[in-house]
Design a protein around this ligand. Structure first.
Ligand code: ATP
Ligand code: MG
Length: 289
């Protein structure tokens, strides 16, 4: 058996043993262009979900940049990289954030995954299964763009939230990203679009419609509309003072938009496919890529 086949067998064994349990939804937050608002969206959505009694884990998968840490003003001592080296297990490297949210800092861990031995991988995966047990929703803050190190995550997730601003470059980069993620006839995540830094909801919907008409025409794909967020100075101020806007300005436009999108995410009628859930299914897809 080659190494990849070996690893796949480890994951599938892990999935079929033990008691049946509800797996976590794995939602990657991503964008074609950088600086469009992924990290702020991830943190505030996580807080909103946690306040709805959802058990939330945030994975900071943006290599090198400690954005989530800065926003939440928490400083993890260890990262996923320490799990790869075998020094720590997943429970050891989770950091407590407000409302019981747990933060897993990726560090260089996901990059290092490419070079581990089968034995290391088996213990990493064993350890990763723990996340399904302790969470309902896992939010992954990814880097921007269409490099493989980013799209591997996004393609493997159950759902992908693609953040776009009304700038033409952001819209065209989103289209390129969607084209990269979409694999007709194969697995791809459910895609949802968020319009950020718009003047008003009407502008957000119009930009979504433009993006949708292009994906429908060239890819025969209709990504969902999750919502729009206006440019909000309350958020700008709160970022400077390292206070999440949802907590510091609960009545701001930003917080109200998060509320409306959070409701859509938890809407029991908006059924998502069970094969799209679970951290181990996510890891299996990462290993395949
Ligand atoms: N709705 C908004 N209104 C005003 N400013 C915003 C809004 N959303 C995000 N910003 C600002 O945009 C900047 C980038 O936000 P953020 O760090 O969340 O983006 P990002 O996509 O994670 O960036 P990167 O690609 O560098 O990781 C921040 O300075 C933030 O304050
Ligand atoms: Mg970021």
């Amino acid at each position: 058996m080659d190494q990849a086949a070996n690893l796949r067998s480890i994951v599938s064994k892990k999935q079929t043993t033990g008691l049946p349990k509800i797996n976590a939804r794995v939602i990657a937050v991503t964008s074609g262009k950088g600086g469009v608002g992924k990290t702020n969206f991830t943190v505030n959505l996580a807080l909103w979900l946690a306040r709805q009694q959802q058990r939330v884990v945030i994975i900071d998968a943006d290599f090198g940049l400690a954005n989530i840490e800065v926003l939440l003003n928490i400083w993890p001592k260890f990262s996923f990289a320490d799990v790869i080296t075998g020094k720590k297990t997943i429970p050891d490297v989770l950091t407590e954030a407000p409302y019981g949210i747990k933060l897993l800092s990726g560090g260089t861990g996901f990059r290092d995954l490419a070079n581990v031995t089968d034995r290391q991988m088996a213990s990493v995966l064993n350890s990763f299964g723990y996340l399904d047990e302790i969470s309902d929703i896992i939010l992954i803050d990814t880097g921007a763009g269409i490099s493989k190190s980013v799209t591997n995550f996004v393609k493997a997730a159950g759902e992908a939230v693609i953040i776009t601003t009304p700038e033409p470059t952001s819209i065209s980069d989103s289209y390129t990203l969607i084209k990269t993620i979409y694999e007709p006839g194969s697995y791809y995540p459910e895609m949802k679009i968020v319009l950020n830094k718009v003047d008003n909801e009407k502008e957000g919907v119009a930009v979504y419609e433009r993006l949708r008409s292009v994906t429908e025409k060239f890819l025969s794909l209709t990504p969902k509309y999750l919502g729009s967020i206006v440019f909000d100075n309350d958020l700008v101020k709160d970022v400077k003072s390292q206070k999440p806007v949802l907590l510091n300005h609960p009545n701001s436009h930003y917080s109200k938009s998060i509320d409306s999108m959070g409701r859509k995410i938890l809407d029991p009628d908006a059924a998502y496919l069970p094969e799209r859930t679970g951290i181990l299914a996510f890891m299996r897809r990462i290993l395949r890529s």
